[in-house]
Design a protein. Structure first.
Length: 317
């Protein structure tokens, strides 16, 4: 299994086995790689892969969806409309659609901005007008509630047809309760692969019909998720994940892109498999994983067929 990330992000410093960065043109001019998964690291790459998905078929694997489903997430005005249509506005900062409705201070950001560019905390109407003048009258702006707090979460997801297949979350703590990323100093980072039932339900409702990788950035207010933005790409939080977890996440993305499995479960999550009558076909020959699976399924394993020996030293144990 190999993964190609486009475009290159050398500043991430990602070091994961069989994962390489390419420009899209360089990747396409190399020899065909039908067992390489192509994933975007930028908004533009996500759009390009979606548009070219049919032509890429047979040359590599993709995990993508129609461009309209990507745009409704990446365009921040369309994201607000999607949240309203799906009854999810309670999980977003309050949106101020016109000048009369705005409460200050608030966040002002371009609808198509990326990586924090053009985002500002504005404290008065005059400051908002000045910021708008500075960046040009043609820019489409989003005005929303300023959610204070030093902690911000980024959940990286593998999604297929609106169902979350894998998730890992980085929580970043900054030196101020009011900030615009990346103009704040990070003072702490924690990581988990757990995703609460409430957050899973909210994210899946928002990502209905979506297929691909994405990262959801959010804070909390009085215990409720407040989604700041959604990016239809791999985020820098891949760099911040422990290498084994990052590898497992990409393994799930790769297997989902093959399109031939009902469900993909990383080795570390074997215990999540429902305890119901099952038959096991072991291709890897990993005795430790097989033992955990049998323990999880208890007496519901009808039989186990050993057909592979990637872990040859354990075969037959």
């Amino acid at each position: 299994m190999s993964v190609a990330l486009v475009p290159p992000k050398p500043q991430w410093g990602v070091r994961i086995r069989n994962v390489r960065f390419y420009t899209l043109n360089d990747f396409l001019t190399e020899k065909q790689a039908p067992r390489t998964l192509l994933l975007p690291t930028s908004e533009q790459a996500a759009r390009t892969i979606s548009r070219r998905a049919a032509g890429l078929r047979g040359r590599c694997l993709t995990l993508t969806c129609p461009i309209r489903d990507i745009e409704r997430l990446q365009d921040k005005l369309k994201l607000q409309r999607t949240a309203k249509e799906r009854g999810l506005t309670a999980y977003f900062p309050t949106h101020y659609p016109n000048a009369k409705s705005r409460a200050f201070p608030c966040i002002m950001k371009p609808a198509d901005g990326v990586w924090g560019k053009g985002v500002k905390i504005v404290r008065t109407p005059d400051e908002a007008r000045a910021w708008k003048t500075k960046h040009g009258s043609s820019t489409r702006w989003v005005y929303q509630e300023l959610i204070t707090g030093r902690r911000e979460m980024s959940t990286l997801l593998v999604v297929r047809d609106g169902e979350i297949k894998s998730a890992m979350t980085s929580t970043y703590t900054y030196d101020s309760a009011e900030y615009v990323w990346p103009h704040a100093e990070q003072v702490r980072h924690t990581f988990t692969t757990r995703l609460s039932k409430q957050r899973r339900a909210v994210f899946e409702a928002l990502l209905r019909d979506y297929t691909g990788v994405c990262n959801v950035n959010y804070k909390t207010k009085a215990g409720t998720v407040k989604i700041l933005e959604v990016n239809a790409r791999v985020g820098a939080d891949l760099r911040d994940a422990p290498p084994d977890n990052a590898r497992a996440f990409l393994d799930v993305a790769f297997a989902e892109a093959l399109g031939c499995y009902d469900r993909v479960v990383p080795y570390k999550e074997v215990k999540s498999i429902a305890n119901e009558p099952s038959k096991c076909i072991d291709i890897a020959g990993d005795a430790a994983v097989r033992s955990r699976l049998n323990h999880s399924l208890q007496n519901n394993v009808a039989n186990t067929l050993l057909v592979g020996a990637t872990h040859g030293d354990q075969f037959g144990q």
